[in-house]
Design a protein around this ligand. Structure first.
Ligand SMILES: [Zn+2]
Length: 444
């Protein structure tokens, strides 16, 4: 592996898709911003320093090295020989840190059980909570590292990771610490989110027998009064999420939790209207959340509220998760076209989790988005790069622009339109993270 302290010049791409110009919505959701043929990308000290014809990019790189007191030739050259070059993909919604697996539920659903029935019977999220509480710190980190490796091999260089399988102070802090440790390890950047309000834990249900509403209220009080202050003091989570859904947490409960989180300095986001309209989209717009995720069944008022927020310059990114309805065997799909036509910025994510989407590949999610949501390939690429970064509040990545993080993927196809087309194929030729080649590729 080349020394990441050296410069890197990436040449020979058939197509350089820059995604320059910031997050996109409406008609611009389909604008990939393709650089002129012959464009090279120069990287130095973890950042992109030039996106220009090869000779000019090389000159800028050499000058940058001299300014930094190094030899002008102290860089590696990566010839991607006819590949498509894109920014590193950003996965803005995963439940990366957990233990166990739930393949048994796939069979139960195939025989007719629904997701909420399995949850009500103590399965679903709660079975993962049992396994996660029993797992050691080392095994949680090793498990997260395994699946991050899979994500990297399909082009993801930034991955959001939620807690939410602990549902008590010590375990939620352990999950966030695992995410923080994986972030420090690299090469994939891990962005931690606190999701204490993922489900009501069994011990709180048992303390309120026969009164689910009282149990949920008691747990909301614990999230606000005990978990959030501890999470804020730990300082790893950047945002707070709530599973706002009929039968889980109401919009009013989500509002109280998210306002408390914001008062402690956390950004806010939410699982909104996944299975039924629950006021989640409206709440995301009201709070100016970074993102409203799932949106399988938003109300017309919710879509209007998101459109008005975007038009007013306070865009909430709609993070769609099209492998979830597929994995749950549901016919209903997120109204992606209606959201794009309403001017709401759209992103895509894997929702990697053991119950409803054990999917690590964003290219596969792009395929699902093209086939089931009606996105075109350019819209899907915008949704996994610049708009996905915006969903995490990150303006320093998601595009190939001087000054941004040098996170790049070289794909073994001549145009980005083929990335979702070769469904499930292994297309990644090389991955660059912070200016260093971290998967595939051979620098010369
Ligand atoms: Zn989720």
């Amino acid at each position: 592996m080349p020394d990441p302290g050296r410069g890197l010049l990436v040449v020979g791409a058939a197509e350089v898709v820059t995604l320059a110009g910031g997050p996109r919505r409406g008609p611009s959701q389909a604008d990939p911003a393709i650089a002129p043929p012959g464009t090279a990308v120069a990287c130095l000290d973890g950042h992109i320093v030039a996106v220009a014809p090869e000779a000019e990019a090389e000159e800028t790189l050499a000058a940058g090295l001299v300014t930094a007191g190094r030899e002008p030739g102290a860089f590696d050259r990566l010839d991607v020989a006819g590949a498509t070059l894109t920014p590193g993909l950003v996965d803005p919604h995963t439940h990366l840190i957990f233990a166990g697996s739930r393949e048994d539920e796939v069979a139960r659903r195939a025989r007719g059980a629904t997701y909420l029935e399995i949850l009500a019977g103590g399965g679903g999220i709660l079975s993962t909570v049992r396994a996660t509480r029993a797992a050691s710190d080392a095994s949680l980190v090793a498990h997260g590292r395994r699946w991050l490796g899979q994500m990297l091999r399909t082009g993801s260089t930034t991955v959001e990771a939620k807690s939410g399988y602990g549902l008590d102070v010590p375990t939620e802090l352990r999950l966030l610490a695992a995410a923080g440790r994986l972030a420090a390890e690299g090469p994939v950047d891990v962005i931690a989110t606190f999701l204490g309000a993922h489900a009501v834990p069994p011990e709180v249900r048992e303390a309120h027998p026969g009164d689910a509403a009282a149990a949920t209220e008691a747990y909301v009080a614990a999230v606000i009064g005990e978990q959030l202050p501890a999470v804020a003091a730990q300082g790893i989570a950047r945002s707070c999420d709530v599973f706002c859904e009929t039968g889980v947490f109401t919009a009013d409960q989500a509002r109280r939790i998210l306002l408390a989180a914001r008062a402690l300095g956390l950004a806010v986001r939410l699982h909104a209207d996944e299975l039924a309209p629950s006021g989640g989209a409206e709440l995301a717009a009201e709070l100016g959340a970074l993102s409203a995720d799932h949106l399988g069944a938003p109300s017309p008022e919710g879509v209007r509220a998101l459109a008005e927020a975007a038009a007013a310059g306070r865009p909430v990114v709609a993070v769609l998760l099209p492998t979830v309805p597929w994995f749950l065997g549901l016919a209903a799909h997120e109204p992606a076209r209606a959201l794009i036509e309403a001017g709401v910025p759209v992103a895509l994510a894997t929702d990697f989790n053991p119950g409803t989407s054990p999917v690590t590949s964003l290219p596969l999610v792009m395929t699902a988005a093209v086939l089931t949501l009606g996105l075109d390939p350019s819209e899907a690429l915008v949704a996994t790069t610049v708009n996905a970064a915006a969903a995490l509040g990150l303006a320093d990545r998601g595009a190939i622009v001087p000054g941004l993080r040098a996170d790049l993927v070289a794909w073994d196809v001549r145009t980005h339109a083929q990335i979702p087309y070769w469904a499930g194929a292994d297309l990644v030729r090389a991955v660059v993270s912070r200016g260093g080649i971290v998967a595939g590729g051979q620098a010369g």
